[in-house]
Design a protein around this ligand. Structure first.
Ligand SMILES: Cc1cc2nc3c(=O)[nH]c(=O)nc-3n(C[C@H](O)[C@H](O)[C@H](O)COP(=O)(O)OP(=O)(O)OC[C@H]3O[C@@H](n4cnc5c(N)ncnc54)[C@H](O)[C@@H]3O)c2cc1C
Length: 88
């Protein structure tokens, strides 16, 4: 696999700033697509930006009036195990 740098921003603002400075950066969630594609060289990047530590992308809430809110980095296991989601 090609070498790449790794960044794990702790806020959306930091992530946006990093992405703005690296046009070829790739976001990483679980990595099951991205790492396979980098390994096979179907995608290339010099920087992988991990989205899992960004609180704004990790929101999982359910409100009967407002509905379900899922951040872009919420893992499936959290959805399956969420008591409010299961009850609804
Ligand atoms: C062995 C194997 C088995 C699989 N089995 C299944 C299966 O049974 N069912 C199924 O549905 N899928 C399956 N998949 C496909 C894969 O799990 C899905 O495509 C899944 O959606 C990838 O999620 P991820 O979080 O790992 O994404 P990643 O690989 O981290 O990212 C996927 C793409 O989205 C981009 N991205 C990541 N986060 C963000 C973000 N916050 N904003 C914008 N872009 C972002 C990445 O840069 C990348 O291009 C399988 C894959 C593999 C390798």
């Amino acid at each position: 696999m090609q070498w790449f740098d790794y960044a794990a921003p702790a806020s959306l603002a930091e992530a946006v700033s990093i992405l703005a400075g690296h046009p070829d950066a790739r976001l990483l969630a679980g990595g099951t697509d991205l790492l396979v594609q980098l390994r096979s060289r179907r995608k290339q990047t010099s920087l992988v930006v991990d989205a899992k530590r960004i609180p704004e992308l990790s929101e999982l809430t359910y409100d009967p009036a407002k509905g379900l809110t899922l951040g872009a980095s919420v893992a499936c296991y959290r959805i399956y195990n969420d008591a409010a989601v299961r009850a609804a």
